[in-house]
Design a binder for this molecule. Structure first.
Ligand SMILES: Cc1ncc(COP(=O)(O)O)c(C=O)c1O
Length: 383
């Protein structure tokens, strides 16, 4: 009798086998449906919350937590950006079950490894992670029956380590300020563990192209649908390059005129590499912003898709994250502040009619002891 277009397409597929799926132009809230009664006479679509629907839905649950990944909301920023003539929309990724965008690529990397027979039942997943990829992998491992061993650096928030252990992962903390090929680095320790632990697989989010593929298949199409194809700029704070490359690849296929801006942190070599092709290690110095910037170039990058790199200081990113929490009511992580600060630095390049989508990668609760702690901010000279 009907078709539904619920908030999530996984949800929708579960609900309505063999019925046409209708993606409405309107942004829906969770639990809200557009339904369309096809019989007895065609009628215009109606919009209603699940508890008010005039019919019963057979199945109103997801089969497991992994099915809730993706289909995150796009939210207009109204206050911080009020002097920018463009519309600024945040893709709020902490709505994912692991509270970050990295759930998307964690699941994809694991699914591809399974399809290729690179991991066997009961095996161990090994990964270097600043925390968010680890969380996504840990959730997927629980559902799929794997163990997780993660390496991370001593600059990451304690909250992130505690969270990983809370979901059953073993975490090895390695020094930050060593070269990537130093045996103590978190990359080298992950490689060593993968060699030592039987039936284990080092997923390697930096060079594993399933990372960017996840964003090509999900983040890009969602943004295209949610803006009804009106997006003019994509802005992403960037680390492995998976989010920016995969999302940009999809969006530029749809409209090659979309501008893609990467936001980097001072202390990373990515901006200079993009501009000159030179791996200039003199650019590299310690910074405290988490999840972004690199001291090498991961294979997930396709720099030809990136139109511009902008660098932001640790302090400006942190102050902006705190403003987003207080002025927009969106409790975001550090790199969201960096990304929005990048837009503020480039705001003179935006004009009326532009539709800018900025990715907010994760949730502020991971940074309570850092950017949301006044003592920490004072200690870092960021107040
Ligand atoms: C908080 C945060 N922001 C930004 C990024 C960068 O995303 P990507 O690695 O896809 O470039 C990450 C990656 O781990 C992250 O955890």
């Amino acid at each position: 009798m009907c078709l539904f277009a619920p908030y999530s397409n996984q949800y929708c597929n579960g609900l309505v086998n063999n019925i046409r799926i209708f993606y409405p132009p309107l942004p829906l809230q969770r639990g809200e449906f557009i339904y369309h009664l096809l019989l007895p006479t065609p009628a215009p679509p109606k919009r209603e919350f699940i508890y008010n629907l005039p019919f019963t839905i057979k199945k109103v649950y997801y089969n497991n937590i992994l099915q809730t990944i993706g289909n995150t909301p796009l939210v207009k920023l109204n206050n911080i950006t009020k002097d920018i003539p463009a519309t600024i929309l945040a893709k709020v990724e902490f709505f994912n079950p692991g509270n970050s965008i990295k759930d998307r690529m964690a699941l994809k990397m694991l699914e591809v490894a399974e399809q290729e027979g690179r991991i066997k039942p009961g095996g161990t997943i090994i990964e270097c992670t600043s925390g968010n990829t680890g969380m996504g992998l840990a959730l997927a491992a629980i559902i799929k029956g794997y163990k997780c061993v993660f390496t991370t650096t001593d600059k990451q928030s304690k909250e992130k380590m505690d969270i990983l252990r809370a979901v059953g992962a073993e975490v090895h903390i390695c020094p930050t300020n060593v070269e990537p090929d130093d045996p103590r680095s978190y990359y080298s320790v992950a490689r060593r563990l993968a060699a030592e632990i039987p039936n284990s697989l080092h997923l390697n989010q930096y060079d594993n192209l399933a990372n960017r593929q996840a964003h090509y298949e999900t983040t890009g199409p969602e943004i295209w649908q949610q803006t009804e194809g009106k997006i003019t700029h994509l802005v992403v704070a960037t680390g492995t390059g998976g989010t920016i490359t995969g999302t940009a690849m999809y969006l530029k296929e749809k409209n090659p005129n979309i501008k893609v801006w990467a936001i980097d942190v001072f202390g990373s070599l990515l901006k200079k590499y993009h501009e000159t092709g030179e791996l200039d290690m003199s650019q590299v110095h310690a910074y405290v912003t988490e999840g972004i910037g690199e001291d090498f170039v991961p294979e997930n990058y396709d720099f030809s898709l990136i139109d511009k790199f902008e660098q932001v200081t640790d302090k400006d990113g942190a102050v902006m994250a705190r403003r987003i929490a207080k002025e927009e009511g969106i409790f975001v992580g550090y790199s969201a502040g960096t990304a929005l600060q990048g837009i503020m630095q480039l705001k003179d390049e935006l004009k009326e009619g532009d539709v800018v989508v900025v990715v907010f990668h994760d949730h502020g609760s991971r940074y309570i002891g850092k950017i949301y702690n006044d003592d920490w901010m004072r200690e870092k000279g960021s107040t």
